[in-house]
Design a protein around this ligand. Structure first.
Ligand code: ATP
Length: 297
């Protein structure tokens, strides 16, 4: 069985705030999962519950098919859910040696992980001299020292400059190519789209979507039509046209939402044959942001 984690109606209330609302989803080995949602949608609370630092109000979750205790499962998980913090006066290598001692891992892993996050050349520099991006990369190296089956990251690129963001995203891809499952929380649609194969969209603690990332953002688009007829006449005529899902009246045109890929030339021909004068017909695709807003609205 390839299931790494299963959530069953996991729920967290802070007084009147329903931070996580009956959340269920499943993670399969080898994928990169994103928990996507605006600020306050319950991402960090969810990760906190999965890592045993927040107590659920109700519901449950099972790591690795429930065959081992959560305490044992945590040893197979690498997680960064806070800003990276190491001893500033110690070098990167010394900091990782300390982590190895705590995790009871051989020092031999250190160079391998420093190479992976591209910090090998800087391993003898003090942590205090590191940029924010380097600190985050060191935190990833540290979380990987015990070769976890899954790496959990909360907003991994927060506060980084474009180069730092790109570095982290490339490292995440590299780690996943090596077979490690990844679960990251992000409020950035663009980040999830670029990095994650699968996504769980949260809003106010509730799951809105779960599935492959490209399916969330897939759309057949829309067609704008301007004619000499009224909205009522056009919508009556097109209500049964195959491929048109919904028709709305916009200030400058009638907007047809598509549920399959239709040929705009054929639609034009159809309208012309009905003696309709078409002055504007244009096929458009909604932006990714629009798709996300549609989903979260
Ligand atoms: P962000 O990206 O801003 O961190 P998030 O999606 O991670 O947001 P959470 O931090 O999980 O969301 O917060 C979900 C809700 O629970 C918010 O309304 C938040 O104010 C509330 N919350 C989180 N932690 C606590 C707490 N310890 N006590 C009270 N309310 C909390």
């Amino acid at each position: 069985m390839n299931t790494i984690l299963q959530l069953h109606q996991l729920d967290k209330k802070y007084g009147n705030i329903h931070a996580v609302n009956q959340l269920s989803f499943r993670l399969e080995r080898g994928n990169v999962y994103g928990i996507l949602g605006p600020n306050g949608s319950g991402k960090s609370t969810t990760l906190g519950m999965l890592l045993n630092v927040v107590n659920p109000t109700s519901g449950s979750f099972q790591w690795f098919n429930g065959k081992i205790s959560t305490h044992e499962a945590l040893k197979k998980i690498g997680a960064i859910i806070e800003r990276p913090n190491f001893y500033p006066y110690m070098t990167a290598r010394q900091n990782l040696e300390l982590v190895c001692k705590i995790k009871e891992v051989s020092f031999s892993k250190i160079d391998e992980k420093l190479i992976l996050v591209n910090l090998f050349e800087r391993k003898n520099d003090r942590f205090s001299t590191y940029s924010l991006g380097m600190k985050q990369r060191l935190a990833i190296a540290s979380a990987l020292l015990n070769d976890p089956e899954i790496l959990i990251l909360d907003e991994p690129t927060n506060g980084l400059d474009p180069k730092g963001i790109q570095d982290i995203r490339s490292i995440i891809k590299l780690i996943s190519q090596q077979g490690t499952t990844i679960l990251l929380a992000s409020h950035l649609l663009d980040e999830v789209e670029k990095v994650c194969s699968h996504v769980v969209v949260l809003q106010k603690g509730k799951k809105l979507y779960e599935g492959r990332t490209e399916q969330m953002t897939q759309s057949f688009g829309m067609i704008e039509i301007k004619t000499d007829k009224t909205f009522e006449e056009i919508s009556k005529l097109l209500q049964n046209y195959s491929g048109i899902d919904k028709i709305t009246n916009e200030p400058d045109y009638v907007l047809c939402y598509l549920n399959q890929d239709i040929d705009s030339a054929l639609l034009n021909k159809f309208l012309t044959e009905k003696n309709i004068l078409v002055s504007h017909l244009r096929k458009t695709k909604p932006t990714l942001e629009q798709r996300f807003l549609d989903l979260t609205e």
